[in-house]
Write a new protein. Structure first.
Ligand SMILES: Nc1ncnc2c1ncn2[C@@H]1O[C@H](COP(=O)(O)OP(=O)(O)OP(=O)(O)O)[C@@H](O)[C@H]1O
Ligand SMILES: [Mg+2]
Lengths: 290, 257
C-alpha cells in the first residue's frame, strides 16, 4: 500500500483516459437517446394524422368523435376558461403531492424510529389506503366546508400511502454492517439519520414519488368528479362533466388532453428529479459506461 | 516489539437465543501483536470480533480495552468482509466518515483523508465512486477508512476472503507494512491456515458448537514477514502444525455429534 500497485495504475488510465473503443459506444448511446424521443413523437403525429383523415373521410359527426383539428380549435377558443381550470387542477395536484411528501416522510420516519408507533398507526394508514377515495369523498365534502380543502384531502389520501410505506422500508434498508460501523464510531441519532438512513432511503423515496405524482393527479380528478362542483373556481374534471352535460364533445376532448398533458409533465418532472438525485450512484439510474 | 495488554477478554460468552456463539472465552492481546482468529465457519469468530468492537453486547464476562495514551479520535478501526462503503458517497467522503462522526471539520480532515488514501495507494481516486473501483480497490478504501482516525487497534473480519490470490497476497504484504509503520495491534479473522501463518505473530484456533478457544499458538518467525517466508520450510512446518490443530478441533466436533 505504500507503493502503488501496477494494477491500480493501469486501471486508472483505462478509466480516466477515453479508450478508443468508447467512441462507438458513445455514438450508439446518443443515437438511442435521440430515438427514444423521436420514435414516440413520430408515432403520435402519425396517429393524429390518421385520426384526422378517418374523421374527415367518413364524415363522423363531431358529437361522436371530433377531429384533432377541431379539438385544437376548441383549445384556442376556450383558452381562458380551460387555463383557469388547468391552473386549479395543477394547484390541487401539486399541493396535495407536497403535503403527501411532508406527511409521508414525517410519519414514515416516526414509524421507522418507533416500532410501537408503527404497530398502532399503520393499520389506520392501510384502512385509509384500501378504502376507495370515491367512497370517502362525499363524506369529506360534507364535513369540510371549503371545497378546495376537501378536494385536497382526497388527493392527499391517495398520494400519501406509497410515500409512507416506501419511506419506512427505505429507512430500514440501510446496510447492516454500515449501521454497525456507525454504532462503533458512536454516531449520534441525528448523524445516523443524516449520513446513513436518509441516503439509503432515497432510492425508495424517489420510486414512491414517481408513483405518488401520478396518484395525486388521479386523486385530484376523481375527487372533483365526486364533488361535481360547478362555477368559476373549478378544475379540469369539472370542465369534462360540464361538457358532457352540454354534449360539447370537442371541449371534453380538449380538457382530457390537458389532463393527460399534466400527467405527462408530472411523470417527466419526477423522473428528472429521480435522475438528478440518484444518477451518480444508484443502479436504477446509472447508464453503464461500457 | 509487543508491549502491555491492550485487549483483555475475560470469560466472555455470547448467546443468540439458544445458540451459544461464544463460550467462556478468555484472551489477552498485547500492544503491537498481530493476532489471527482461525476456525471453521460458525465458530464465533465474527461474533468475538464484533464484541471487541463494541458492536455486539456480551451475554456474560467482560472485555476491557486499555485507555489510549495518544489523541486518536477513535481507538478502533474495523474492516468487514465486504468493503461496506456508502455507494452514494465518493471515495473521499467514505474515508472521511469516521472523522466527520468525530466532529472533525472538513478542512481539518482533508489532509488526513488524503494521507490515508496515499497510504493505500489510492490518491488518484478520491473523487471516484465505489462502483467505479475493483474489488481490491474497494477493500483498500475500507482499510483507509479504518486507519484515518489513527486507531491503535485494527479489527478485520476476513477482509480479503473475496479477493483473488494475487490481490490478496499484495494486500497481505501492504497490511503488514502498514501495521508495522503505525505500531498497530491487529486482530484478523480468517479461515485460511496459510494466511494466518503468513500474517500473524500469534494464531488463536477456535472450534464450533459451542464457539470456543481451543489453542493459542505463537509464531516466532521474524515479523513483518517477507515474500521469501512463504516458500520457506519454516512456513510449511508452522502451517502443518496449525493445520493439524485445526483438524483436531474438527475431529472432536464430529465425535460430539
Ligand atoms: N445475529 C445473529 N443472530 C442469531 N445467531 C447468530 C447471529 N450472529 C451469529 N449467530 C450464530 O452464532 C454462531 C457464530 O457465528 P459467527 O458469525 O460468529 O461465526 P463465524 O466464525 O464468523 O463464521 P464464518 O466463518 O462463517 O463467518 C453461528 O452459529 C451463527 O448462527
Ligand atoms: Mg464471520
Amino acid at each position: 500500500m505504500s507503493t502503488k500497485s501496477t494494477t491500480d495504475r493501469t486501471r486508472g488510465v483505462h478509466e480516466d483516459g477515453g479508450a478508443p473503443i468508447n467512441i462507438g459506444h458513445l455514438r450508439r448511446a446518443r443515437r438511442e437517446r435521440i430515438l427514444s424521443w423521436v420514435m414516440p413523437i413520430t408515432l403520435l403525429v402519425v396517429a393524429i394524422c390518421i385520426w384526422e383523415f378517418l374523421v374527415r373521410y367518413h364524415e363522423i359527426p363531431k358529437y361522436l368523435i371530433p377531429a384533432p383539428s377541431l379539438i385544437a380549435e376548441t383549445l384556442v377558443r376556450d383558452f381562458a376558461s380551460l387555463m383557469a381550470s388547468s391552473w386549479f387542477t395543477v394547484k390541487l395536484t401539486f399541493l396535495s403531492l407536497a403535503l403527501a411528501i411532508v406527511g409521508g416522510v414525517l410519519l414514515g420516519a416516526l414509524f421507522a424510529l418507533s416500532r410501537p408507533v408503527e404497530l398502532s398507526l399503520f393499520p389506520f394508514a392501510v384502512i385509509l389506503q384500501v378504502t376507495p377515495v370515491v367512497a370517502i369523498a362525499p363524506l369529506i365534502l360534507i364535513y369540510v366546508d371549503s371545497t378546495f380543502a376537501a378536494l385536497l384531502i382526497c388527493a392527499w389520501i391517495v398520494a400519501f400511502f406509497p410515500i409512507l410505506t416506501n419511506t419506512v422500508v427505505g429507512l430500514r434498508s440501510a446496510d447492516h454492517n454500515l449501521r454497525d460501523l456507525f454504532t462503533m464510531y458512536r454516531a449520534t441519532p441525528w448523524q445516523k439519520l443524516r449520513y446513513l438512513l436518509a441516503p439509503s432511503a432515497l432510492p425508495y423515496f424517489m420510486a414512491a414519488l414517481r408513483v405518488a405524482g401520478g396518484l395525486a393527479l388521479i386523486g385530484a380528478v376523481v375527487a372533483e368528479f365526486v364533488a361535481g362542483t360547478a362555477g368559476q373556481h373549478t378544475g379540469l374534471a369539472s370542465r369534462i362533466i360540464e361538457s358532457s352535460f352540454r354534449s360539447e364533445i370537442p371541449r371534453m376532448f380538449a380538457a382530457l388532453f390537458l389532463v393527460s398533458l399534466l400527467g405527462i409533465v408530472i411523470f417527466l418532472l419526477t423522473s428528472w428529479a429521480s435522475h438528478r438525485v440518484l444518477g451518480h450512484w444508484h443502479e436504477s439510474e446509472i447508464r453503464r459506461e461500457l | 516489539m509487543t508491549g502491555d495488554p491492550i485487549i483483555t477478554m475475560n470469560r466472555v460468552s455470547k448467546e443468540f437465543g439458544d445458540v451459544l456463539a461464544v463460550d467462556n472465552m478468555s484472551l489477552s492481546i498485547r500492544e503491537g501483536e498481530f493476532v489471527t482468529l482461525l476456525g471453521p465457519s460458525g465458530c464465533g469468530k465474527s461474533t468475538a470480533l464484533k464484541m471487541i468492537a463494541g458492536i455486539l453486547p456480551l451475554t456474560a464476562g467482560e472485555i476491557t480495552i486499555s485507555p489510549a495514551k495518544g489523541n486518536a479520535e477513535h481507538d478502533l478501526g474495523f474492516v468487514f468482509q465486504e468493503p461496506t462503503l456508502k455507494p452514494w458517497a465518493s471515495v473521499f467522503d467514505n474515508v472521511y466518515l469516521p472523522l466527520r462522526l468525530a466532529g472533525v471539520g472538513r478542512s481539518d480532515g482533508e489532509p488526513r483523508v488524503r494521507e490515508a488514501l496515499k497510504e493505500v495507494g489510492l490518491s488518484r481516486f478520491a473523487r471516484s465512486y465505489p462502483r467505479q473501483l475493483s474489488g481490491g480497490m474497494k477493500m483498500r478504501v475500507s482499510i483507509a477508512r479504518a486507519l484515518v482516525s489513527r486507531p491503535r487497534i485494527l479489527l478485520m473480519d476476513e477482509p480479503f476472503a473475496a479477493l483473488d490470490e494475487m490481490t490478496r497476497t499484495k494486500l497481505n504484504n501492504d497490511l503488514m507494512q502498514l501495521s508495522d509503520d503505525h505500531g498497530l495491534t491487529v486482530v484478523f479473522v480468517t479461515h485460511s491456515v496459510f494466511e494466518s501463518v503468513y500474517l500473524s505473530t500469534r494464531v488463536i484456533v477456535m472450534a464450533a458448537r459451542p464457539g470456543r478457544l481451543v489453542a493459542d499458538m505463537p509464531l516466532d518467525a521474524p515479523w513483518p514477514r517477507s515474500e521469501d517466508y512463504r516458500t520457506s520450510i519454516e512456513f510449511t512446518d508452522e502451517a502443518r502444525r496449525v493445520s493439524e490443530t485445526l483438524k483436531g478441533t474438527l475431529h472432536v466436533d464430529e465425535i460430539d455429534h
